[in-house]
Design a binder for this molecule. Structure first.
Ligand code: THU
Length: 160
């Protein structure tokens, strides 16, 4: 028997102002997107902004539905938007901000498991990591240098 140890290293920034300028701009776009989220059921709004290799920024936010499972998370709205309109253009980084409408969320909110799986597909295909920066509505920002750092042992299309 052999043991495998999996370690993840994350970087924590005290606030948005400590991020590189280009990532601050990306996070600003994510905040704008969060304001436009459609979240009448959870009252929890999420915004995502993706920096593409061609310089474009593609955004998304959570879109809920009265038939609950029919809604979609912000990360996948943004990633599918990029995949649909900019196929084969690499995603360099994604900024995420999430928070309750009822109070100011201060803890960094990471993407859910299903979004990590969806994002990993793009990362595997483009053979280049997508850096993730996530935060609440305010406060610290956490950076993961790749999607796979947040989802070790992914199931990917090389297995099929
Ligand atoms: N949500 C996201 O947009 N991204 C996540 O990674 C987790 C959750 C949304 C889905 C739902 O509209 C609301 O947040 C509460 O779960």
């Amino acid at each position: 028997m052999k043991k495998i140890k999996i370690e993840t290293e994350l970087e924590v920034f005290e606030s948005v102002s400590n991020l590189p300028d280009s990532i601050q701009e990306l996070m600003n776009k994510a905040h704008e997107a969060r304001n436009n989220a459609y979240a009448p059921y959870s009252h929890f709004k999420v915004g995502a902004a993706i920096a593409l290799e061609n310089g474009e920024i593609v955004t998304g936010n959570n879109q809920e539905n009265a038939a609950f499972p029919s809604g979609l998370c912000a990360e996948r709205v943004a990633a599918f938007n990029a995949g649909a309109n900019n196929p084969n253009v690499k995603m360099l980084a994604m900024a995420l901000t999430a928070g309750s409408v009822q109070h100011k969320t201060k803890v960094p909110i990471p993407p859910c498991g299903a979004c990590r799986q969806s994002l990993a597909e793009y990362e595997v295909n483009q053979e280049q990591p997508i850096a993730l920066y996530f935060m609440g509505a305010t406060g610290k920002v956490v950076k993961s240098k790749s999607v796979q750092d947040l989802l070790p042992l992914i199931f990917d299309n090389t297995y099929l």
